[in-house]
Design a protein around this ligand. Structure first.
Ligand SMILES: [Zn+2]
Length: 450
């Protein structure tokens, strides 16, 4: 009897101990899980804040100088010429700061040529058809707008973006959305061309399927509307209709779009272009959200909110091939909830919202001025208007204009604004020198913009 009681008590104690140990372990695991989740949440929140600041940075500064070719020189090139070669010949105008770009836009007209590369060997336009369409569009825009050719500058990726140094190229590519939203005219260059290596037809439809082409279109459209967007092909230059862009779902930049990096399965590449575009695209959205009370943005905001999941996909399927040619595909983060986080940030930071709304208003005023062309920055009225919209930062640069204007009167003005060194309009001997040297350009890296 005594032994039996002892046995029952022993068994009960053991069971109780097992239960206590089990419950304790479960509680420990639960708290570990909670702590892990909290840590993960904190890390995600931290990463989101880094992404938001990176996006806002794209609205405040240029990650790389803006390089342009004077219209007259662009037409004389005969074909698209590599950035480094133009740089060596002193043929590039460089703008280092965002305020400098805006300041330059007062006196000059900038055209952004957007196109798809038609080969993989570093020659973006092996048939020269795209270059010819660019020249024809250039002539059309100068004539239609009554622009002074001396004041017109062109941006084309092969000429404006470093081709030889990958690191510099990467910085310049990150700046493209900022460049494209700053120019006075956007031209999608889409003559029909067979791709030199894939034999695929490159035309207007394929253009609107490219990740980078869509991004360029959207960044210009969000900042400036479609009134200064054009299509150039063998039929001539004509306006780009908003309805046409919407039919092709251009706002869905990341969905079903094609990019060279994804086609090459990111072999030996550090980053997919989709991830590279998070900051500039989110930065552009920051502009739109900060101005969401404006009636002229009502339509685009409705479009964005309706298709938010497609415009800012949370994740994407990332396919990569390693050095041993082993292919893996996994789901990786893209925007996650960054659209919401950006809205939250802007709504709770008055200074940021104010700065962003001022920037967009400035762009609109610039647009009006450029289209109507009634006010010149060389007049007092123009300078006053500019100073009123830009504030003190530009008043300081306005003083420089006054200085330059002063120099002009004394005969030194042209020199002060001579962008290409002696002689103006470029070194007349540069083409001869180039012809003597031959193209001589090393094989450019595979274009990431294709
Ligand atoms: Zn990719």
């Amino acid at each position: 009897m005594g032994e039996c009681t002892f046995c029952v008590v022993g068994m009960t104690g053991l069971s109780l101990a097992i239960v206590i140990i089990t419950v304790t372990m479960m509680l420990m695991l639960y708290y570990q899980r909670v702590a892990h989740d909290a840590k993960l949440k904190g890390m995600k929140e931290e990463a989101a804040q880094v992404d938001i600041q990176a996006a806002l940075d794209t609205t405040r500064k240029l990650p790389f100088p803006f390089h342009l070719v004077k219209a007259k020189d662009f037409r004389e090139m005969g074909e698209l010429i590599e950035h480094e070669e133009l740089r060596e010949q002193g043929m590039l105008k460089s703008l280092d700061m965002l305020t400098e770009v805006r300041d330059f836009a007062i006196k000059h007209d900038m055209i952004f040529f957007s196109h798809q590369w038609t080969s993989f060997n570093g020659n973006p336009d092996h048939t020269k058809r795209q270059y010819r369409a660019m020249c024809q569009a250039l002539e059309h825009l100068i004539k239609e707008n009554g622009w002074d050719e001396e004041e017109v500058y062109c941006f084309a990726d092969y000429s404006s973006i470093p081709q030889r140094c990958k690191e510099m190229q990467s910085l310049a590519i990150n700046a493209i959305p900022t460049f494209v939203s700053s120019v006075q005219a956007f031209v999608a260059v889409v003559p029909e061309v067979l791709h030199a290596h894939t034999q695929a037809l490159c035309n207007g439809d394929s253009y609107l399927m490219r990740l980078w082409c869509r991004t360029e279109v959207v960044c210009h459209m969000l900042a400036n509307g479609t009134s200064r967007m054009f299509i150039a092909d063998e039929k001539g230059t004509r306006p780009m209709e908003r309805a046409h862009l919407m039919e092709h779902n251009v706002l869905h930049m990341f969905k079903n779009s094609r990019s060279t990096c994804c086609r090459l399965k990111h072999k030996n590449m550090a980053l997919c272009d989709r991830r590279r575009l998070i900051a500039p695209v989110l930065g552009m959205y920051a502009f739109i959200h900060a101005n969401s009370d404006r009636s002229d943005l009502e339509d685009i905001i409705q479009d964005i909110n309706r298709d938010a999941e497609d415009i800012f996909p949370r994740t994407f399927e990332y396919c990569c091939v390693d050095e041993d040619d082993v292919e893996t595909t996994r789901t990786v983060s893209l925007f996650e909830n960054l659209k919401f986080k950006m809205e939250e940030y802007i709504d709770t930071h008055d200074n940021t919202r104010y700065a962003l709304s001022r920037s967009l208003k400035l762009t609109k005023q610039e647009t009006k001025r450029t289209q109507a062309r009634p006010i010149s920055a060389t007049t007092k009225e123009g300078r006053d208007l500019w100073a009123s919209v830009m504030g003190s930062a530009v008043i300081a640069s306005d003083q420089q204009h006054k200085l330059k204007d002063g120099k002009k009167k004394s005969g030194e003005g042209k020199k002060a604004f001579n962008l290409f060194g002696s002689g103006g309009g470029g070194d007349p001997g540069w083409r001869r020198r180039r012809a003597r040297r031959g193209r001589g350009s090393p094989a450019a890296p595979v274009g990431l913009l294709g």
